[in-house]
Ligand binder design. Structure first.
Ligand code: N01
Length: 544
């Protein structure tokens, strides 16, 4: 007798962000599968639902950072600015959810707590914190890469009498910092976007910087409608061109010159043009060797350091803000609007949390080794347990005794970033080993999901009900991901790409930096060779 309390689906999707929503569309609307997505938030949108901090904005241009699966959608939607703000992107995601009737298959306010694969039946059983039990042939992990916010274990946080916030868990009604003494801890992309906005509201803002980060001007502006018209007229061709690039973003011609192919004056003129144009890819594409040749990178890094020295009036503050511990581009390159200028304000103080680390949070603020600070509010812009955090929070096991937590104890292992050996029928969207976070994310989400959908269609046509990665294919892919990373300067930075921001997390370079173009060709080849490296099988019919 089937258990009436267990609901059955073809596929269960973990997450209701950009990836989860597209998975519903592709698997249900296009293939007719019965699906159910679970989303911890009280609304859809994933990262754009949670990260509502002041100034939150995408750093990929809005005409690129959008779904491509519906030409009507990309023609209809009007982006008001060059880069989408968080509220605008969330509005867009909600529009997509309504337009494609996705909402009815997303159960909100529900966190998946465990997932168990039964090797006899080839079915996954998932449980949630609301008591749901669901069974499905396939499990699609669309839980996000930057969805497990991390507040460092500072002593005394529970005693703080003011209010504290994390950028990735921002209150839905916003926060008004007007007239308050505020401390911001962290100067990654979130801090860099937020600091200029909070500085305009706060009575005084102290920024605690442990590591200086490179930031370039975004040069955000109202949408240029001529440009929008041209872009929309060429959308399909532009998307195709984007997919043929490493970042899945069109409009930036690949450079053919190396930094030392030109004179110093020409090099600096090239950097200046890119600085004026705004945007990170544009800058990193000034020369072809900036991410592989340290000496070449030094010229670009020094150019930006000199810009910082030129903007920030106090030389000591300028020198603190000028990054020296990593090559430019090897940590996520920030884009800002008035970030460095903010330090010229009288109500902003930069504190060097490297030479004088935060010792504890107190009832009235915080204390470093040398000084006490009083705050009404503290903001943690301290990042996320990136790429593996969301999956390791779920107790993922198989009846054969495998546990994802144990399998990934030494660092994440995947084949193509899509599957983990030993965990059949579980797909991961833009996880470790995928180029996702190093690309226009929605392009990777669509590419992965389309590949998975085609794979499921192939399995249905052939009568298979189980797919798993071979250990060998996974080992080779992980080695390839590492070899590609080691051929670049990326491993020189202590970044979340390396797990370096979480004490005790294994230091493994997690994203695939070989490029979206190379990756998607490889996925197509694997599928073309009958899903090479995967084992596809069918359950034996039970003996009578
Ligand atoms: O987090 P981060 P984020 N004491 O990990 C500091 C995406 N994103 O939320 O470098 C003092 O980059 C930490 O210092 P250190 C984007 O992919 C995109 O800013 O570890 N400081 C660092 O400065 C991005 O990369 C967009 O020494 C402490 C900061 O906190 C990713 O999200 C916008 C500390 C964390 O920086 C994460 O960005 C926003 C401590 N104990 C985010 N612990 C756009 O699209 C940590 N820190 C524009």
């Amino acid at each position: 007798m089937p258990d009436a309390s267990v609901r059955e689906f073809d596929a269960v999707i973990v997450g209701g962000g950009l990836a989860g929503l597209y998975a519903i569309h592709r698997l249900r609307n296009r293939m007719g599968l019965k699906v159910r997505a679970f989303e911890a938030g009280s609304g859809v949108g994933g990262t754009w639902f949670w990260n509502r901090y002041p100034g939150a904005r995408c750093d990929v241009e809005s005409l690129e950072y959008s779904y491509s699966f519906s030409d009507e959608l990309q023609q209809e939607w009007q982006w008001p600015e060059r880069y989408g703000t968080q509220p605008e992107i969330l509005r867009y995601i909600n529009h997509v959810a309504d337009r494609f009737d996705l909402r009815r298959d997303v159960q909100l306010n529900t966190r998946v707590t465990s997932a168990l694969f039964d090797s006899q039946t080839n079915l996954w059983t998932l449980r949630t914190d609301k008591g749901d039990v669901v069974r499905a042939r396939y499990c699609i992990m669309a839980a996000g890469n930057l969805s497990t916010p991390r507040v460092p274990d500072f002593k005394g946080l529970q005693d703080f009498r003011g209010k504290w916030y994390h950028t990735g868990l921002w209150p839905t009604n916003g926060v008004d910092f007007t007239g308050l003494h505020v401390g911001v801890i962290g100067t990654g992309s979130s801090g860099v976007q937020m600091i200029p906005v909070i500085a305009r509201q706060a009575k005084h803002l102290h920024v605690f910087q442990r590591t200086a980060n490179f930031s370039l001007p975004a040069r955000n502006a109202a949408m240029d409608h001529d440009r929008e018209r041209r872009h929309k007229a060429e959308y399909p061709a532009r998307r195709a061109a984007a997919y043929d690039t490493p970042f899945a973003i069109a409009g930036y011609p690949k450079p053919d010159k190396a930094a030392f192919d030109v004179s110093e004056a020409e090099r600096n003129a090239a950097y200046e043009a890119k600085w004026q144009e705004g945007g990170s890819i544009s800058f990193l594409y000034a020369f072809k060797d900036l991410l592989v040749n340290k000496a070449a990178n030094d010229t670009a890094s020094e150019f930006v350091r000199n810009k910082i020295r030129g903007i920030v009036k106090d030389p000591r503050t300028a020198e603190l803000l000028a990054p020296k511990d990593h090559p430019i581009g090897t940590k996520r390159l920030c884009l800002d609007t008035g970030y460095y200028e903010t330090y010229n304000r009288d109500n902003v103080t930069l504190v060097d949390a490297r030479s004088d680390p935060i010792a504890e949070i107190t009832a009235t603020g915080l204390r470093t080794g040398k000084q006490a600070y009083e705050f009404d509010a503290i903001v943690f812009a301290t990042g996320f347990d990136a790429m593996t955090g969301a999956l390791r929070e779920i107790d993922i096991r198989t009846t054969d005794g495998a546990s994802l937590d144990k399998t990934w104890a030494g660092g994440p292992l995947t084949y193509l970033g899509l599957m983990v050996a030993g965990f059949p029928n579980m797909f991961v969207i833009t996880g470790p080993g995928s180029p996702g976070v190093k690309t226009q994310m929605i392009a990777s989400i669509e590419q992965h999901t389309n590949w998975i959908a085609d794979c499921l269609a192939h399995m249905a046509a052939k009568g298979y009900d189980r797919i798993e990665s071979s250990e060998r294919a996974q080992t080779e892919w992980v080695a390839h991901v590492n070899a590609v990373a080691d051929s670049t300067l990326y491993p020189l930075a202590n970044s979340w790409y390396m797990g370096a921001n979480i004490p005790g997390k294994p230091r493994v370079f997690m994203p695939y930096v070989g490029g979206f173009d190379r990756y998607s060709r490889r996925c197509d080849q694997v599928a073309g060779k009958g899903y090479e490296g995967f084992t596809l099988s069918a359950r034996q019919p039970a003996m009578a």
